[in-house]
Design a protein around this ligand. Structure first.
Ligand code: SAM
Length: 224
């Protein structure tokens, strides 16, 4: 097995052999697993395999999207669900913090198991469409990651970037075309969402996440 650091990140590696290349994060809580993920030990260090079919950020990195997450980053995560992707982000920003916003009480309850084991996550049962409700807890952040399947995805992203994203921070936004409009061509839906974002943000990358996630795109943007 060969281990190579993913450039622009901390605690994130390409793990490869002759047959395949996999993404893996260094387990912040060795021997603890959270969602049945596979793990492997190399040189006394436990690595958690990050499956691109289970996480849009992992899919984007597999598709060579330049995503930079550092160990001291403060992150606002909108749509944390039960914490699958969040657990890997928590492996990466070990000295930072992630504010994990989730609207579903059932998912948030499961998320708490992860948060009990990891002090760098603050779970928040909140509506990402009402960011003023959590303005008292979340300050300026380096990254906003949004993975919410709602019709007004771009609007939610804009509200949160205006309140929380620092000057050179990045928005990483997943766009699920079919959640916005099932009847239109996904590319047209994407274009409409990007037009909305471009009023306030500069978009540096757009990536289609196929074959890992059908009709999903990921966008990287910064404040204008
Ligand atoms: N990001 C997760 C992962 O990779 O592990 C998966 C997220 S899932 C596709 C979308 C999540 O967004 C759901 O858990 C849903 O409850 C949540 N959600 C939907 N609308 C929301 C809102 N307005 N505010 C916060 N969370 C929301």
């Amino acid at each position: 097995m060969k281990l190579e650091k993913v450039s622009g990140t901390d605690n994130l590696y390409w793990l490869s052999n002759k047959k395949r290349e996999q993404l893996a994060t260094k387990n912040k809580t060795p021997t603890k697993r959270f969602y049945g993920e596979r793990t492997t030990w190399i040189d006394g260090c436990e690595l958690r395999i990050w499956n691109p079919h289970r996480s849009k950020i992992a899919a984007a990195i597999h598709k060579k999207t330049p995503i930079s997450i550092r160990k001291r980053d403060k992150i606002l995560y909108l749509g944390a669900a039960t914490g699958t992707t969040l657990s890997h982000i928590s492996d990466i920003n070990t000295e930072g913090i992630t504010y994990a916003v989730e609207i579903s009480p059932t998912s948030t309850a499961k998320l708490l198991t992860l948060c009990e084991a990891r002090e760098n996550i603050i779970p928040m049962l909140e509506d990402a469409d009402q960011p003023r409700d959590y303005q008292g807890i979340v300050g300026e952040v380096d990254i906003i990651y949004q993975d919410i399947a709602q019709r007004n995805q771009a609007e939610i992203a804009l509200k949160n970037t205006e309140l929380f994203l620092k000057e050179k921070g990045q928005l990483i936004l997943t766009i699920k075309a079919r959640s916005i409009d099932v009847s239109s061509n996904p590319r047209d839906v994407l274009r409409r969402e990007l037009d909305r974002l471009e009023d306030k943000l500069t978009i540096s990358r757009i990536k289609n996440l196929k074959p890992y996630h059908k009709d999903h795109y990921i966008t990287i943007a910064t404040m204008k």
